[in-house]
Design a protein around this ligand. Sequence first.
Ligand SMILES: [Zn+2]
Length: 736
Amino acid sequence: MKRFAVAVAAVFLGVTALFGQVRIGGNSRIIHDGSADGGRAAAVLERYVSEALDSRLKVLPGGKSRQGDIVIRSVPGLGEDAFRVRTEGGVLLLEGEGKALVYAACDFLEQELGMDYWGDGEYLLPKAGKVLETGPLDRLEKPAFNFRQTQSYMLHRVGAATSGESRASVTDDLYRYWYRLEEPSDVFVDNLWVHTFNRLLPASRYGAAHPEYYAFFKGERHPGSAGQWCLSNPDVLEIVCSRIDSLFRANPGLNTISVSQNDGSDTYCRCPDCQRIIDEEGSPSGPMIRFVNAVAARFPDKQISTLAYLFTMVPPRVTRPLPNVNVMLCDIDCRRQTSLPENPSGQEFMKCLEGWSAVTDNIFLWDYGINFDNYLSPFPNLHTLADNMRIFQDHGVKMHFSQIGNTRGGDLAELRPYLVSKLMWNPRASADSLIRHFCAGYYGDAAPFIERYISLLEGACIGADTDLFIYDTPVSYKNGMLKPELMARYNRLFDEAEAAVAGDSVRLMRVRRSRLPLKYSALEIARTLPDRDNAAVEAALADFEADVRRFGVKSLNERNNSPLEYCGLYRERFLGDARDNLAYGCSVTYVKPPHERYAEMAVTALTDGLYGGNGFRENWVGWEGTDGEMVVDLGRVCTVRQISADFLRQGGAWVLEPEAVSFAVSEDGSSFVPFGTVGLPENRDLKIGFRDVSVTASPVQARYVKIEVTGVKQCPEWHFGVGNPCWFFVDEVVVR
Ligand SMILES: [Zn+2]
């Protein structure tokens, strides 16, 4: 009888094998090819297949397979990052090259075991029973883009630089494989992948002795760490080529280097030679591509990458990039409420994409998909991702970076990288199905409410006719997609979502974390409302503060301002007693007036009791490239012992602290007596910050208070606006 059973089992196994099926059970082995990636793929399978089957599978580096085994083997020729999952003779075969073997293992777990991996050790893995019967299978997977890069807090330690991070800072070993993601350091020599001018030709070494290596405009050369090069200078080419040669020699195995402009707009060289090329080519990309072509010609077996970004976004009319010139094209200025061809900024960009794709098939497309000034601001662009990526693919884009921020607590910080990564592999996939699938697994019973929130916000954003921009504040949307009636609906949906998973602490935590952008937006909007209920705002702030502590939110924006610091400043700046100020509600006369864009705001902003926030779009008054001077009329003669003015620092937007502030007082408004002057040391911190400039002196009688501000006026050499006018902003004057 026993012999009969064995015979039946053998026949059964033979029959399943014949039909291409594989029965994976406790006796199955995982046999890999001994390579590092083969071993990694085997380890991933061992862990999760064993868990699904409740029995430990054996891993063998090499050996003969038998029915029921999983074989991981290098098979060349499938294409870059492509892999094949198939069954043959009762064996499961995972084939590819290098890391694609790990992709194949993850794909098998996802497709055949129904596993979802969300990162940070969170996943859903259904039990498979004692035996997993699978097949027949033969699936060949190829990526739409050969290089796929995005951001997630699962990939990087929060607060780590988004570029140049070392592998040691990666927090989740599986995430990048599961989502088939790559890093610049996988491809670019010495992590030289963007804004590399100063690393290739350090201003600290060449700036003083050779200003002629640097950009000429507004009558002078602008050497400096943020300065651009004079691309028609032959010495620059020689120095850079020799440096590149040594970098390639020092980093064997990596064949790509970036020769790309420093960050900053409008800082390119207009010396007569460069200007002549710009005129011939119809764009500042002309001198750049000619220069990079000259480099590429010296290194024909290497890839030389360069930026088509800001002033170099428009392709040159005459010169074509050599085949080994990689063009990193960035759509930074585009609006995101619709797909690119559906809004004017996107249409502008489309012309550039079409232009570049007509002259090269070596494009690296850098896309942006979050609010970088406020990561915790709703950013409803998910509906545009697939459309845009299909367009990129159709224009021959080979490499793609979707920059979406990497902070815990950021807007849909788990769904966003999931969707982006899936679409980067296959932009033809349905974004709606992917969102639905993710929400069902990740939020469970709360999923319908979160999905409704996502669609409602998307419709509100398009309907409000406001641009969705990557440098912005929720305040910009307070009369549009974040107006009170809509905020009430979003909050109701989140209340329902929380109620639906009240008994499931893990999912409840996920829902609450996803609600943070709403809470943050409500606080940001509240600070701009003169008739706010301070007690209610104080309670909302305490709730937000508890959440950011609980969820470990480390960063509010690209400049890494901390949310806890934000809460402290919020209490100090927005919840104090505005009326404890002799200047409150008083009129202001401008002797040296602000930029015309702020003329209207300037009428009341300095004495309205409302401080400005991280963005300069509300409550701030700005001066560009000039000094400022204004007089506050206190309405009657008062005893004055302290005068203060509050300034913004936002280096990313060319807003610098002033050089000096002087206060003077007068009883009659014509003869002023100095009250005090404060000189401010240069502050190069790019973090957003505020500077309260204050003078306390012996009490004097005064009705008029004069404030003279000496601005920096021109962006210094270390700043990426080098040579261009910079700003200063004031939001409030306080007299006590
Ligand atoms: Zn020049």
